[in-house]
Design a protein around this ligand. Structure first.
Ligand SMILES: Nc1ncnc2c1ncn2[C@@H]1O[C@H](COP(=O)(O)OP(=O)(O)O)[C@@H](O)[C@H]1O
Ligand SMILES: Cc1cn([C@H]2C[C@H](O)[C@@H](COP(=O)(O)OP(=O)(O)O)O2)c(=O)[nH]c1=O
Length: 216
């Protein structure tokens, strides 16, 4: 369909509705004839680094879980290992949709450290994941913004309705989620790594409009 495939990333705080939007976007893109590959990071149960991340998020990694740089290295190594599959998906499809990518590390790490997005940590994430690991750059990042209270209520709903979705240390920390939301808005405003579109996830999302943007 398209000459060059597009890597589209969906970002936002926990419970924003990223996975739900990714599924709706996939359906919308397929209805327009686009072939779509799907992915999500962390790749739990597929990659050892992602499984270590899960341990850290549930307080089972001692001081490594408290280390912002330590956890960020684990997330980044999961992506580094996943890059082979990601590149294959980009070769095979018109569009590849990813639920969380490098900007998650930038937003959560800078929020945990109380640093601005033009600070040392976000620069380090870029150096590590883009410059040293050579991960594919996104063509577009979609920021799904919702009030922290709405996202928290959705995460609680998911915890109650889905197996194995107990909220982790990040999800249970409302102050962290507030700071992450602010960091995401700053990353989007700075066009960090790619252009961004920001959507209000508390309102019905115009999926057809987003499909137009993705295919434009
Ligand atoms: N627009 C929405 N309105 C109401 N509930 C939603 C909406 N989007 C998602 N949800 C629900 O909120 C919970 C979290 O959504 P999910 O897509 O898993 O979020 P995320 O991937 O951002 O953590 C799920 O139970 C989902 O069904
Ligand atoms: C992918 C990624 C996630 N995170 C954070 C965001 C989430 O709070 C947490 C777990 O990711 P998440 O996608 O929320 O997994 P799940 O919904 O299955 O629990 O990890 C980072 O800090 N850096 C990253 O690179």
């Amino acid at each position: 369909m398209t000459a060059v495939s597009r890597l589209i990333v969906i970002e936002g705080i926990d419970g924003a509705g990223k996975r739900t939007l990714a599924d709706r976007l996939r359906t919308g893109l397929a209805a327009r004839g686009a072939s779509v590959g799907m992915g999500a990071f962390p790749r739990y149960d597929q990659d050892v680094h992602a499984d270590l991340v899960r341990d850290g998020l549930h307080g089972k990694l001692g001081p490594l879980g408290d280390s912002v740089y330590g956890m960020a290295v684990l997330y980044a190594l999961d992506r580094r290992a996943g890059a082979v599959e990601l590149r294959a998906a980009l070769r095979a499809n018109d569009v590849v949709l990813i639920d969380r990518y490098i900007a998650s590390n930038a937003a959560y790490g800078s929020a945990r450290l109380h640093e601005p997005v033009d600070g040392e940590f976000v620069t380090w994430v870029h150096d590590l994941e883009v410059d040293r690991f050579g991960l594919p750059r996104p063509d577009l990042q979609v920021l799904l913004s919702v009030p922290t209270e709405t996202a928290a209520a959705r995460a609680v709903h998911r915890e109650n309705t889905e197996a194995d979705r107990q909220r982790d240390l990040f999800e249970s920390d409302g102050g962290l989620q507030d700071r992450c939301a602010a960091r995401y808005a700053e990353l989007a405003a700075a066009s960090w790594l790619s252009p961004w579109v920001s959507l209000d996830g508390a309102l019905p999302v115009d999926v057809d409009g987003l499909v137009d943007v993705v295919l434009s």
